[in-house]
Write a protein that binds this ligand. Sequence first.
Ligand code: KG4
Ligand code: ZN
Length: 346
Amino acid sequence: MKILAFETTCDETSAAVMAGQVLRSNTVFSQIKLHRKYSGVVPELASRAHLEKIPFVLAGALGAAGFRLPLKRGAVDAVAFSRGPGLPGALLVGRVAAEAAAELSGAPLIGVNHLEGHLLACEFDKGRAVRRLEFPLLALIVSGGHTEIWHARGYGDYRVMGRTRDDAAGEAFDKVAKLLGLSYPGGPEVEKWARRASGKGPDFPRPFMPGTWDFSFSGLKTAVSYYLAKKAGGDARSLPDGEKALVCRAFQAAVVETLVKKAADAARSLGLRRIAVGGGVSSNGALRAAFAGLEGFEVRFSEKAYCSDNAAMVALCALRRLEAGKFVNSLRVSPDLARPGWKSRG
Ligand code: KG4
Ligand code: ZN
């Protein structure tokens, strides 16, 4: 079974080919440079860049997998794309590209949930989808746009237990980095600076929000901004490097402790011993170390290469659906994807 997949939900343009459980190619063009001067993703620029790059990304992915354009009839068995959640214009570019590929190859089109992709990315092992997730498990999705806890009962069978009420975890990293004058995306920068910290620094509150599995990181970001205002007046960029590093370490520790405690408590509440973590923030070393230290749980992460947005995970979602042979398919793009059969709260 050969699957061609597209990913264009945010600021990565990607195409991938899977043959059976083997990832034959995964070409990713990152728009980071384009958005860096705005310290965040500008939706209109993102859509245009997807449109401009997708023919090259597709040609790259097909070439690396041993195919050529134009795609021949029967060349692939299915064409998949992320239909949401994501930026509306960006999503449409992926769908139109997928439609064209489906038309040329005569293969069926499958719309997949980008967030499920982040979860299933945990199955890749050096380019082969052989580390199958064992269900049931507790899924923690932590990206630039989403922070969610799911009770995952099987492929495509997920109940959303909690989600962020304001800033996603990655967004909080990006905003704190901006306050400190660090570059975009903020997550890897904050992690790098936190590693350099030494000595005693500030301590920020942990937004545990007892009584709900939802998250809220905007208060933590405000606590950082008040601390910076007090320490450095109007310009946090003038803060000495040592102090910046201490702020990064303290902020990162607050986010990590919150994510780990809430995920572990949610898993315990359901009697689950397995946790899988996906999304851009899951490449954070402090988060990985904290989960590794959690006793009594088997915790899975994806390889770092598949934490941020990519089409390999989209192909894998389609493959698992096709293997199961039963799924509700929808091709409508949906910026805030409503999940059929999913409850928003448990
Ligand atoms: O999953 P992703 O690539 O895109 C979305 O679906 O949003 O996640 C991007 C987010 C950004 O906010 C970025 O700052 C964050 O993931 N991120 C990190 C790290 N690497 C990326 N956050 C913390 N630590 C990291 N090492
Ligand atoms: Zn993502």
